[in-house]
Write a protein that binds this ligand. Structure first.
Ligand code: NAD
Length: 242
């Protein structure tokens, strides 16, 4: 490990040592070390070839017009039921248990933060683990969607929709407000594993008014995060070294 990185890790250790109401804001890069591909990395989903661009497949328009094709893609690419939390998820759960971290705000839909033991998790884009019939509202486990073929149907005949926020759909207002309140009250904000390309989620970090801002990401995010301590690296490896 080079000296500059050692120095930054020492700074981050100091920040975490004093942290009292930290918030972690993360994205798909947090789960790549658990084997779930992100969207915009070299081997991310957006670099692979599909009949339609993934941004379109994951839109509400596509879901409504091509529901069976949506679910083919979704079951194949978005569900990773065997994935396990990695060192980053586990460290965040540990910080919460120690009273240092107030919340995880995530764009991920994989449920791995909760699987690692985190409780205060704001899922801006929902979760693959929750699924509801669009006609009667009956709830279904993810296994029912994973095991289905074609369009998953409720016993009433309605379409079962995952509780994930598709492009063109609004974010859940209560989740959004909760996340903003936690970020506003935070003394430390650690941003990690996100390209900061997806709005309104990426704009939430602007609500931070605390003391120390940290970015841990492989490659620089799309938008500049002014005043941040920036560590270019794999988040599981970086957090393991703390
Ligand atoms: P993104 O794919 O746009 O960006 C991921 C970022 O993480 C990139 O900058 C990449 O270089 C970095 N990264 C990848 N692996 C990393 C690692 N091990 N350590 C540190 N950095 C790493 O993802 P995004 O910003 O979250 O936005 C895309 C959208 O994709 C989100 O809305 C999210 O809902 C969705 N998504 C979620 C999952 C999931 O739930 N696991 C997976 C794919 C996409």
């Amino acid at each position: 490990m080079d000296e500059a990185l050692q120095e930054k890790l020492a700074q981050l250790r100091g920040i975490v040592g004093k942290m009292k109401r930290g918030v972690f804001f993360g994205g798909a890069g947090v789960s790549t070390e658990s084997g779930i591909p992100d969207f915009r990395s070299q081997d991310g989903l957006y670099r692979q070839k599909y009949a339609y661009p993934p941004e379109y497949i994951l839109s509400r328009t596509f879901f409504d017009r091509h529901t069976a094709e949506f679910f083919d893609f979704y079951r194949d690419k978005m569900l990773a039921l065997d994935a396990q939390p990695n060192a980053a998820h586990k460290k965040l759960a540990q910080w919460e248990a120690e009273g240092k971290l107030a919340a995880v705000v995530t764009q991920n839909i994989d449920g791995l933060h909760q699987k690692a033991g985190s409780r205060a998790v704001y899922e801006l884009h929902g979760s693959v683990l929750r699924n509801f019939c669009m006609a009667c509202g009956k709830s279904y486990p993810v296994e029912a969607v994973a095991a289905s073929a074609g369009v998953p149907r409720c016993s009433c005949g309605g379409v079962i929709k995952p509780d994930v926020v598709l492009y063109e759909e609004p974010l859940d207002q209560r989740v959004l407000e909760g996340a903003i309140a936690r970020i506003r009250a935070a003394d430390v904000l650690i941003v990690g594993g996100t390209s900061l390309n997806v709005y309104p989620a990426a704009g939430l970090i602007d609500f931070f008014e605390g003391d120390a801002l940290v970015v841990v990401n492989r490659g620089a995010p799309a938008r500049a995060v002014e005043g941040a301590l920036y560590i270019d690296g794999k988040i599981g490896e970086v957090f393991s070294a703390l």
